[in-house]
Design a protein around this ligand. Structure first.
Ligand code: HBI
Ligand code: FE
Length: 262
């Protein structure tokens, strides 16, 4: 994603890429589109989202009718897990992104997709970031994992291993599945916020559903513009935390020369 193609307004972003959310700047049409997206996903999440996400969204009912005010959500989030959300113009460079996570700040895009992008959008917008990512920041173990991920990202930059680490983020935070007594459920933000992939990732027999395997994940390429051909399934956020706790340095060294799984 070259900066020139990105659609957000980066002109007022500081060195940490944080901007004002400018909540009064949203039009009634934008709030209505956000509400339509929220209502569409609300029909699906009871059946397909993991219990932790279902539990967290219950405390965010203010975010159902209109685009949420980040400062108000941050106030609640700080109390729950010590995190806050910061407004950004869209995708930001890795070092800024990792630095925010390593300080318990989650970057949330300020702009909302256009009506014709109702079913699919390439870059994360406020609906993907807020509905997909923010609720799980209220879960202590998930939030602690994301904090460790941020610190690990800064280290991966020093080791030139961001590409391998980004695959971990992709197959967990964005497209992760979790085992539950009722069957697999989605916790990845890209799934939770998707009109079509949320049911597909749980119900469709086509994609592979593999047990979480850190080294397999770090060697598995992914496509960003279509439904995933494989998902990785964790037992719990505790397992995700445990399996990603070790120092990745020797793993990066070992994997660097191995062929990729496609
Ligand atoms: N920026 N705003 C934003 N959101 C992301 O999820 C994001 C990013 N920049 C970099 C990035 N993700 C990826 O490189 C990491 O997932 C590795
Ligand atoms: Fe995302």
């Amino acid at each position: 994603m070259k900066a020139s193609e990105l659609r957000g307004d980066y002109s007022r972003a500081g060195s940490d890429y944080v901007v004002e959310q400018d909540w009064p700047g949203y039009s009634p049409e934008e709030h209505a589109l956000y509400r339509k997206l929220f209502e569409r996903q609300s029909k699906l999440v009871p059946r397909y989202a993991c219990p932790e996400w279902i539990e967290a969204i219950a405390g965010l009912e203010s975010a159902a009718r209109e685009i949420p005010r980040f400062d108000r959500i941050s106030k609640k989030l700080r109390v729950a897990t010590g995190w806050q959300i910061v407004a950004v113009p869209g995708l930001i460079p890795d070092d800024a992104f990792f630095t925010h996570l390593a300080n318990r700040r989650f970057p949330v895009t300020v702009w909302l997709r256009r009506p014709e992008e109702f079913d699919y959008i390439v870059e994360p917008d406020v609906f993907h970031d807020f509905f997909g990512h923010v609720p799980l920041l209220f879960d202590r173990v998930y939030a602690d994992h994301l904090y460790e991920y941020g610190k690990g990202g800064l280290k991966a930059m020093r080791l030139d291993a961001v590409r391998m680490l980004a695959r971990l983020y992709w197959f967990t935070i964005e497209f992760g599945l979790m085992k539950t007594p009722a069957g697999v459920r989605a916790y990845g933000a890209g799934l939770i916020s998707s009109g079509g992939e949320l049911a597909y990732c749980v119900d469709d027999p086509k994609p592979q559903r593999l047990p979480f395997d850190l080294e397999r994940i770090m060697r598995t390429e992914y496509q960003i513009d279509r439904y995933q051909e494989r998902y990785f399934v964790i037992d719990s956020f505790e397992q995700l935390m445990r399996e990603t706790a070790p120092d990745f340095t020797p793993i990066y060294a070992h994997l660097r020369n191995l062929p990729l799984w496609t």
